[in-house]
Design a protein around this ligand. Structure first.
Ligand code: ACM
Ligand code: ZN
Length: 691
């Protein structure tokens, strides 16, 4: 008996030693179930692999194994064990077509021993993902012996690229599709139309591209700010722009499909349509281009136009979902337009939100009639959400949760985590980005589905996650890649891995994959040189004013209240961005006007305050900063006044106000005035010291 127990313990130890469940060292996204054992399989030259896939599925997989792994495939009805590498599809043709919408059908099992590799899946998609894991495990033609049983957390893992504000070539898009596939992303949301220019050839409406795909200058910000900005006809010498021909689109859709990526086109409506109402002014409320972004939703001809455009879209894009935008419609001209007003009366619509909702319902009916589904930004929930619509939650996460609770499919793309046009490191060392600071670890920290939603409709209807990159400030391909990678890795992992292994482990794997992408010719943010959080924000700053009462003579905005009245004396300094709840924002004409009560008459030797300047979000260093002291809180003596003189168009800096001297007083008052009525002042702490 005793012998038997010892024998069992020995067996157990042996199995622990020879098969250890650990993280896959270099693989992103981390597989859900992986265990290593001793030894390696060597990818010898001339190695052949066999699969039971046929036709297009075989062709696609063979191209990948031949090109990327130097391992051509043979198609065989019953893959013979005589071959060392076998890729076996066990599901039906119907399951293959359903894979994009089912996490289960995207799963695979991979087993590597010193003598053989087997990948099994219900679908060609799963086999593809098994191969990608294999490719990422490979080091110097050797693959460690593993057993992997892996299914993604969500069926939808996407990336959106804004191709309107700046135009990206077909070749560039294909290069990003390669990287997306490598990290097992499977939706490319193609933002094809917006005020920056219409980018899709539409045969029935050639003016869309002929008249608006080009503009007078490449820099979108400069162009957009011009009083008389202009689109230019195709062929205008020196004009900036471009568009995708229908052939280009077919090529991209096919290229993506070969990588198990569905392309979801976005045709913006009824807002963000400046270019449409320029090309076809009769589709606007006023008939005057350059004066509104919205289509007129009261005119029948708008619906005819959109249906005709969508017919061509549906011919080119097999995606079940068609994205119709729906965000940020101004709804301004609808208030006075006779057509819009008539429609509102006719249908008893109480406000313009309900008018937009009427519009979305009609577009949805058209798409549904044609066997497609509507996807839109979360504004489509205002009014009354169309019955079968899916929602992309970008203004935070609440809208997505709410939509899922009401049994609408949802994709989470909250801007504070997943907008990759924000800064990723100290903005002073970064190319220009949009206001906001989204470091890799912040993206990694986002959990779209906390435990509280387990087993609820929120879990059931949450399809997945998506990163978005808007290109107002991004005009060069290298710059765009720099914004995407490595941050896209974190999204890929959140979308795939059910139990994250933690940021420290992820960071190690991200460093490896940064190098891999660099080797492949991608222009990647060098994670190894990341500065990380602002030094001052990492620990509590102690000073004499800590915890003292503060009176606001110029009130902060509730939207950017940070920690309210205690915020400027709580020792917590802000990070590089203004959205993390430490920077306090002032927008009133009184500016920032704050009194710190030191409790008793105090020797004051040193006052320091940082002001943020972030041009793109109209946070400006102040026009003037005045420092005053008082013994009674009524009569103040000015001891310093400075005009920082920072040019407003400097992209980003932190202006350090410092006063050093020797003064006595109980009340310390700091007044900072804004340089323009609509500009914000942001500060994080008033540091007061006695020496
Ligand atoms: C959006 O960022 N307007 C969807
Ligand atoms: Zn109208």
């Amino acid at each position: 008996m005793r012998k038997q127990i010892l024998f069992s313990v020995a067996l157990l130890l042996l199995s622990i030693l020879s098969s250890v469940s650990v993280v896959a060292q270099d693989v992103i996204p981390q597989p859900n179930n992986i265990s290593y054992s001793k030894g390696y399989f060597t990818l010898n030259k001339g190695l052949k692999a066999v699969t039971n896939l046929t036709g297009q599925d075989f062709k696609v997989l063979n191209q990948f194994t031949s090109d990327d792994m130097d391992m051509p495939l043979i198609s065989m009805k019953k893959p013979s064990k005589a071959y060392n590498v076998r890729l076996i599809c066990t599901g039906t043709a119907l399951q293959a077509t359903q894979a994009q919408d089912s996490a289960r059908l995207q799963g695979y099992e991979l087993e590597v021993s010193p003598k053989s590799i087997t990948i099994q899946s219900l679908t060609p998609t799963g086999l593809f993902y098994g191969l990608l894991t294999l490719a990422q495990l490979e080091k110097g033609r050797q693959i460690p012996c593993v057993k992997v049983k892996d299914t993604p957390r969500f069926p939808y893992r996407g990336l959106m690229i804004d191709c309107s504000r700046h135009f990206w070539t077909k070749k560039f898009i294909m290069k990003q599709l390669d990287a997306m596939a490598y990290f097992k992303l499977n939706r490319f949301h193609w933002h094809l139309t917006d005020g920056g220019g219409w980018r899709m050839e539409v045969k029935q409406y050639p003016r869309l591209t002929n008249e608006t795909a080009y503009r007078t200058q490449s820099d979108w910000v400069k162009w957009w700010m011009e009083k008389d900005r202009k689109y230019c006809p195709v062929g205008t010498p020196g004009a900036y722009g471009g568009y995708y021909t229908q052939q280009d689109i077919k090529d991209i859709v096919r290229y993506a499909a070969a990588r198990h990526i569905t392309v979801i086109p976005e045709i913006e409506m009824p807002g963000h349509s400046d270019e449409v109402v320029y090309a076809y002014p009769e589709l606007s409320c006023t008939g005057k281009p350059y004066t509104q972004s919205d289509l007129c939703v009261g005119k029948e001809k708008t619906y005819t136009f959109l249906e005709n455009v969508l017919k061509e879209v549906m011919q080119l894009f097999p995606s079940e979902y068609i994205h119709i935008g729906g965000d940020e419609a101004e709804r301004r001209t609808w208030n006075t337009c006779p057509d819009c007003q008539r429609l509102m009366k006719e249908h008893n619509l109480k406000n313009t939100a309900e008018l937009q909702s009427y519009f979305t319902h009609r577009i949805e009916q058209f798409l549904n009639k044609n066997g497609r589904k509507l996807l839109g930004w979360d504004e489509i929930m205002e009014g009354n959400l169309a019955p079968n619509a899916a929602v992309m939650s970008w203004r935070g996460t609440d809208a997505g949760i709410e939509a899922a609770k009401h049994k609408h499919h949802v994709v989470m793309t909250p801007q504070q985590y997943y907008y990759l046009n924000m800064y990723q490191d100290d903005p002073m060392g970064q190319p220009k980005a949009q206001g906001g600071y989204t470091r890799l670890d912040k993206i990694y920290s986002y959990n779209p589905l906390p435990m509280t939603y387990k087993g609820t409709d929120v879990e059931k209807y949450m399809d997945g996650v998506q990163a978005c990159v808007w290109t107002e400030f991004i005009s060069e391909p290298d710059h765009l890649e720099y914004m995407l990678y490595p941050r896209l890795f974190a999204l890929a992992e959140t979308g795939w891995t059910k139990k994250p292994t933690g940021y420290v482990d992820f960071h190690k794997r991200a460093l490896v994959n940064v190098e891999r992408l660099k080797k492949e010719g991608y222009h990647v943010f060098d994670l190894s040189k990341e500065k990380g959080p602002r030094e001052e924000s990492r620990s509590i700053t102690t000073h004499e004013a800590l915890g003292k009462p503060v009176t606001y003579l110029g009130r902060y905005s509730e939207k950017y209240r940070a920690e309210g009245d205690s915020s400027l004396v709580n020792g917590l300094r802000g990070d590089w961005g203004y959205l993390e709840g430490r920077w306090q924002g002032f927008i009133d004409s009184t500016g920032m006007d704050v009194v710190v009560d030191m409790g008793k008459i105090t020797d004051i030797r040193d006052v320091e305050v940082d002001f943020m300047h972030m041009y793109d979000v109209v946070i400006y260093a102040p026009e003037s900063v005045t420092l005053m002291v008082s013994d009674d809180g009524k009569n103040y003596k000015t001891i310093d006044k400075v005009n920082p003189g920072i040019k407003s168009n400097v992209p980003y800096l932190l202006y350090p106000y410092v006063w050093k001297g020797n003064v006595k007083g109980r009340y310390v008052r700091m007044k900072a005035l804004s340089r323009e009525p609509d500009a914000w002042i942001f500060t994080d702490e008033i540091i007061i010291n006695r020496k």
